[in-house]
Design a protein around this ligand. Structure first.
Ligand SMILES: C[S@@+](CC[C@H](N)C(=O)[O-])C[C@H]1O[C@@H](n2cnc3c(N)ncnc32)[C@H](O)[C@@H]1O
Length: 254
């Protein structure tokens, strides 16, 4: 997907981020990530960091944070929202990130960006090279295993569910109005291992909320209860692998 697609849809993205589902995604990714973050100040890159919600949290904890994105408009919007004395902004295309300084980072966050890069292995390889040995990567992506469940449960379409299950190449329509890749968590785990990472934790992000009727999930009054339920489910393997998104925390080999 071209960066202009993101440039022109920032308002939709803002609306989504403040919706119940958007807030659940952000809160669950944060809950999945924070237990792994070093206590002492370290060098963090949030690549495809968008508006910088998570980057702000880490900068507030005293880490040295860079937010990188290939959408100039997204970076401009982030610049208005973030404290420039705490977060450095960088224009960067992950698909061409082979020029990141080697062994320079302790933590890389790459949430819901892999779906948009043509070569996932190459992107992970670039990130691995930029991490210090022992450094941490948090990746999150739309989960192909979730899509047949949506087709069957939400849309009542068992034929489509079976087709998506068999071919494994379901696509989801994203909030930008385009088709987006979804990835199989086992494939991403294999790619991570082949790039020199150990996986430490796999979290399901919104394991059940996207299978519920919007009349139950899109109301603020249900947010707190949904967050607690999703937080309980996210680390249980039977549920985490069917989440709408999957977050994998991985460590570069020492
Ligand atoms: C779905 S948003 C996710 C934003 C943020 N990571 C989050 O989780 O809230 C995708 C972001 O990735 C950026 N992006 C997509 N492809 C990219 C690429 N090849 N290089 C850098 N940024 C990219 C987009 O501009 C957008 O800001």
């Amino acid at each position: 997907m071209k960066s202009e697609q993101f440039d022109s849809t920032i308002e939709q993205w803002l609306t989504y981020q403040s919706s119940v589902r958007g807030r659940l995604r952000l809160a669950l990714l944060e809950r999945g990530l924070l237990p792994h973050i070093p206590k002492s100040p370290c060098d963090v890159l949030d690549v495809g960091g968008g508006l910088g919600e998570l980057a702000s949290v880490l900068a507030g904890m005293g880490h040295r944070v860079t937010l990188a994105d290939y959408s100039k408009d997204m970076l401009d919007r982030a610049r208005i929202r973030l404290d420039p004395s705490l977060i450095r902004l960088q224009h960067l295309d992950l698909a061409a990130a082979n020029n990141l300084p080697a062994d320079s980072l302790d933590v890389i966050i790459c949430h819901n960006v892999l779906e948009y890069v043509p070569d996932v292995w190459a992107a992970l390889h670039h990130l691995q090279m930029a991490l210090r040995p022992g450094g941490l990567l948090s990746v999150a992506f739309g989960n192909a295993r979730h899509m047949p469940l949506q087709a069957a449960i939400l849309h009542g379409d068992p034929s489509r569910a079976r087709r998506e299950l068999m071919t494994g190449n379901a696509e989801s329509r994203n909030i930008f109005g385009t088709q987006t890749k979804v990835l199989d968590p086992d494939t991403v785990l294999l790619l991570l291992h082949s790039c020199g990472f150990n996986s430490l934790q796999t979290n399901g992000i919104r394991c059940v909320s996207d299978l519920m009727s919007r009349s139950h999930t899109d109301i603020d009054a249900n947010y707190a209860a949904l967050l607690e339920l999703e937080s309980d489910l996210m680390t249980i393997p039977a549920y985490s692998f069917i989440g709408r998104f999957v977050q994998i925390i991985a460590q570069r080999h020492m």
